[in-house]
Design a protein around this ligand. Structure first.
Ligand code: SF4
Length: 347
């Protein structure tokens, strides 16, 4: 998941960076996303895509070094959506210059769009990694070709698997992002099983899970209104996640629900060791009574609870019950819509 940025600096900044890059130097290599057609995404909706010239980016790097000093950062993130669209020689030259200006950088990261990465050979990926680009955030979203097609991701599961494995073999650290609920009620089992299959093939260093929140202006909202996509309930999404975790095998990835949009943010751990514990978290939620499940879900969506254990704190439980009563009085039978509304507010 991304975080928006305000620009008050003497160099260009894009609007978005991953949450893990809050303390990183940001250098913009491209503007927007060259695809910009995924049905669930509104990140760059009103922005025309453009590549920046190597000279322009170098000027920004030099300006950033003057502004911050050259020894402040250990991490850098390349914005916006698709640095791999740069010619390999230019990307290598850019990274070399970046390391000269900021010699303390230990990690340089970028989004890794499978559609573009697949066009780089193993040798090119190695050359890019060798000069410093050593971490990728890959928006895999799903391993199901049916789901990928339905949300117009513009890439196949096979290309996702090949491009990520190639990057990993080149020496890059890979973080795969997947979206729970993306298949809707129509394709949730296919989505969970096929996503697990591709993750098992890649064995990424990190698996990061986000829960779908359908945004205003997105194609997915249009699909929803046309009856082509049916949202999973909060309980269904946890059942889906249980199926996903159950089908993950032979991997050594770190798995986490680490964003506020996720319901069970305590679901984080190292495979294979923590798989039983992660499944137990799902089972604990799924075995709650209907009333307790409503209480927890609302409490989490309102930010009153952080994790399942918080339900045992009597004053918090009471506070959520009071809210539940109020909402039911005015919106009887609409709890799932309210949960989704609260979820979709989160950036
Ligand atoms: S999800 Fe990624 S590839 Fe798809 S439109 Fe958004 S930024 Fe572009």
């Amino acid at each position: 998941m991304n975080s928006p940025i305000m620009n008050t600096f003497p160099f260009e900044l894009g609007p978005i960076r991953p949450v893990d890059e809050a303390a990183s130097l940001l250098i913009r290599t491209t503007r927007g996303c060259p695809w910009n057609r995924c049905e669930f995404c509104v990140n760059y909706k009103d922005m025309e895509f453009s590549l920046r010239s190597l000279e322009e980016i170098k000027q920004d790097i030099a300006a950033a070094a003057d502004y911050y000093g050259s020894d402040v950062f250990e991490t850098c993130f390349l914005q916006d959506g698709d640095s791999f669209l740069m010619k390999t020689a230019e990307l290598v030259a850019l990274l070399t210059f970046l390391k000269q200006k900021f010699p303390g950088l230990k990690r340089i990261s970028s989004y890794g769009r499978a559609q573009t990465m697949i066009r780089k050979s193993a040798e090119e990926m190695q050359a890019i990694c060798l000069v410093g680009l050593n971490k990728l955030y890959c928006g895999m979203e799903s391993g199901s070709d049916k789901v990928l097609k339905k949300v117009n991701k513009g890439v196949t599961a096979s290309d996702i698997s090949t491009s990520s494995r190639r990057a990993k073999e080149a020496g890059m650290s890979i973080s795969e992002f997947i979206i729970l609920g993306l298949g809707g009620q129509e394709l949730w089992q296919e989505h969970a099983r096929e996503t697990a299959k591709v993750l098992n093939e890649i064995n990424p260093h990190f698996i990061r899970v986000l829960t779908i929140g359908v945004k205003p202006g997105s194609g997915l909202l249009r699909q929803m209104e046309a009856g082509e996509y049916t949202l999973q309930t909060e309980k269904n999404i946890i059942e889906e996640q249980r199926l996903l975790i159950e089908n993950l095998s032979g991997i050594t990835s770190h798995y986490a629900n680490h964003h506020a949009v996720d319901l069970l943010t305590e679901t984080r751990g190292q495979f294979p060791r923590d798989k039983p514990r992660l499944l137990a978290i799902m089972d604990r939620y799924l075995s709650l009574t209907e009333e307790d499940r409503m209480n927890f879900t609302l409490g989490k969506r309102l930010g009153i609870y952080q994790q399942l254990d918080d339900m045992n704190r009597a004053h918090l439980h009471k506070e959520v019950d009071a809210q539940l009563l109020k909402i039911r009085a005015s919106h009887s039978g609409q709890m799932e819509e309210i949960f989704h509304h609260l979820r979709a507010q989160i950036v």
